[in-house]
Design a protein around this ligand. Structure first.
Ligand code: ADP
Ligand code: MG
Length: 210
């Protein structure tokens, strides 16, 4: 198994994520209905349908491809999720650069830049019940697995395990950011919709390798 990450693999990742967002559209809306305004699945699905349709004509270098995805997300995904997911891909694209293929280490640096971009935009901290509670532990796990020289499937699998645990941990949290924070104590006991969708990024990464 090669540990190189090519633009083709990255495009498959984004394509798989777009597909999962379509499959989970109703569930993401239902999660958002409980603690928000029921549009999270619709927001993401509308934007990532445009993203997926544009992939065949997208740039074929890693950084340019991911920046193109980020721009398309910012322009086509509504709600809080648009700028947050868009910034994640834009910063990831900027950070990985345009070597035709990346090693896992550089990809990890890119993911960290993406998460830093999400924080710069939304100011979320751990425990605020947002997608940050998935992204941060998942990227830490990917970092640790890549540092231990795991093969790429195991690196992404480690990310998915941590992402799933992070997603589930949001159930007991009290929302401190975004629309759900208006509910105060009533936000407790519900899975955060953005955490659910962010987890799909890591499901998509494992699917892209198969
Ligand atoms: P909106 O709340 O505008 O309807 P969405 O429903 O598309 O937007 O997205 C809601 C999700 O966005 C939440 O579940 C949460 O994970 C995430 N979110 C909201 N505000 C923030 C923030 N400041 N930082 C990080 N994530 C946030
Ligand atoms: Mg919403």
């Amino acid at each position: 198994m090669s540990d190189r990450i090519t633009a083709e693999l990255l495009a498959r990742w984004v394509h798989e994520f777009s597909g999962l967002v379509g499959v989970h559209h109703d569930r993401l809306n239902a999660l958002d209905a409980a603690i928000g305004d029921a549009d999270h699945g619709t927001n993401l699905d509308r934007g990532f349908t445009v993203v997926a349709a544009g992939l065949p004509a997208a740039p074929q270098l890693p950084g340019e491809l991911l920046s193109h995805v980020g721009q398309t997300v910012v322009s086509n995904v509504g709600g809080a999720a648009g700028p947050l997911f868009g910034t994640f891909f834009l910063r990831l694209g900027d950070a990985v650069g345009n070597d035709p293929d990346l090693d896992a280490r550089r990809f990890v640096l890119g993911l960290r830049a993406g998460v830093a971009g999400v924080v710069a935009r939304g100011r979320a901290e751990a425990g605020d019940k947002t997608l940050y509670d998935v992204l941060a532990p998942a990227v830490d796990a990917i970092d640790a697995a890549a540092s231990a020289q795991y093969d790429l499937p195991d690196v992404f699998h480690a990310g998915l395990l941590a992402a799933s645990a992070g997603r589930d941990s949001t159930v007991d949290m009290l929302a401190r950011k975004g629309r759900a924070s208006y509910l105060g104590e009533r936000s407790v006991g519900h899975l955060d919709p953005g955490a659910a969708s962010a987890c799909l990024l890591f499901t998509a990464a494992t699917l892209a390798l198969t």
